[in-house]
Design a protein around this ligand. Structure first.
Ligand code: PLP
Length: 386
């Protein structure tokens, strides 16, 4: 079959390819420690599973409204109003199958051929993929170790042009764990005031996985809710990656446009899954707190362990469940180190370049794995680098 031209512009998530290779090695009898995939290793909290099962038994097995069922839109609006201290109504919310479709829908709705979109690099690879797929020009905003992997607001100011349609932000960040400080969020909002036609896609999917301080969002600033699309969801906070449940919060008129895209693609998000989401937001958060505390211990273990490896240098990230060590001191290019660690040492991780050109010289480890496995991986890495 002859593929459409746009397919050549579509990227991918290398994590899934590395996972497939790791599984193939395991099938040959090799032991692999998995530090490549970005999903909590915890189970979905029991009361959330119960709510999903109960919903299946009580008739939530039909199509639902494209923007989401009223119960969940209401719960999300309350949650966002409370956590971001803004006015948020159900009409601002569109529920999607995972957070990812919010990226795709937002770009399909906003980006015309040749429009410029600023995105973090290294960053979640789907941003660049979707920008290019939609015909936009992907303009990287470099994230640097010297700034604790937070964006440089002056650099963003220098990259904005009359063609800029969208700025993508992500804090806490994948792949670096970097967090945007409050002062930088405020300074960025001031810069954006000079560019009223630039929309913002604020990917806050890791906002609950934070080890110090409070989460800060552009949305909290005067006037920003009129041009911001907040992306958030249940995958990470509630260990619900496979349920496929996320959402966007945006101006009401824009939400209606995004709902049209949903009608044209998925029709709606599975309704029993949405009922589980209501239970997640409204129910007990003890399991979430315990998970975050476990992540904090693992972060400390992996950061200390990696800093003891010759040629590795690793910051202690404030959020998400990733570390992004600098490995230039090993003298091995990141991509080669990724494949040698997998094939020769049995440790699956990702080269920084899987997240864009500015990731050269770094590796990403997801520490969503047990302390025991993290210690095993560290000892394998030490032996390999030797
Ligand atoms: N945004 C970021 C930064 C992510 O890392 C991920 C998942 O890895 C997503 C969005 C997508 O999450 P979901 O599984 O809810 O689609």
């Amino acid at each position: 079959m002859q593929l459409a031209g746009r397919m050549s512009r579509l990227g991918t998530e290398t994590a899934f390819e590395v996972l497939a290779r790791a599984r193939a090695l395991e099938a040959q009898g090799k032991n692999v420690v998995h530090l490549e995939i970005g999903e909590p290793d915890f189970d979905t909290p029991a009361h959330v599973i119960d709510a999903g099962v109960e919903a299946l038994r009580t008739g939530f097995t039909h199509y639902g409204p494209s923007p989401g069922i009223p119960q969940l839109r209401e719960a999300i609006a309350e949650h966002v109003a409370r956590t971001r201290k803004i006015d948020c109504r159900p009409a601002n919310v569109v529920v999607t199958p995972g957070g990812k479709p919010v990226m795709f829908f937002a770009m399909l709705a906003l980006v015309d051929e040749g429009d410029e979109v600023l995105y973090p690099n290294p960053g979640f690879p789907i941003y660049e993929s979707m920008i290019r797929f939609c015909g936009g020009k992907a303009v990287p905003v470099p994230l640097r170790e010297s700034r604790q992997f937070s964006v440089d607001v002056e650099e963003i100011a220098s990259l904005l042009t009359d063609r800029t349609r969208l700025l993508i932000l992500n804090s806490p960040q994948n792949p670096t764990g970097g967090v945007m400080p409050k002062e930088d969020v405020a300074a960025l909002v001031e810069v954006l005031r000079k560019w009223p036609n630039v929309a913002v896609l604020s990917d806050e999917i890791y906002s609950d996985i934070l080890y110090e301080g409070e989460h800060h969002s552009v949305l909290q600033h005067e006037g920003m809710s009129e041009r911001t699309i907040l992306l958030d969801g249940f995958s990470k906070t509630y260990a619900m990656t496979g349920w496929r449940l996320g959402y966007g919060v945006m101006p009401e008129a824009f939400a209606a446009q995004i709902a049209r895209l949903q009608t044209n693609s998925t029709s709606c998000t599975a309704t029993f899954t949405q009922m589980a989401g209501v239970a997640a937001l409204r129910g007990d958060h003890g399991a979430v707190r315990a998970m975050i505390e476990a992540f904090r211990q693992r972060r400390d273990a992996i950061v200390d362990g990696l800093n003891a490896v010759p040629g590795f240098r690793c910051l202690r990230p404030k959020g998400a469940f990733y570390v992004f060590p600098n490995v230039e001191g090993t003298g091995i290019p990141a991509k080669d180190l990724q494949s040698r660690l997998l094939e020769e040492a049995g440790v699956a991780c990702l080269a920084g370049t899987a997240f864009g050109a500015h990731g050269e010289g770094y590796l990403r480890f997801s520490y969503a794995n047990s302390l025991e496995n993290i210690h095993e991986a560290l000892s394998r890495i030490r032996k390999f680098v030797g």
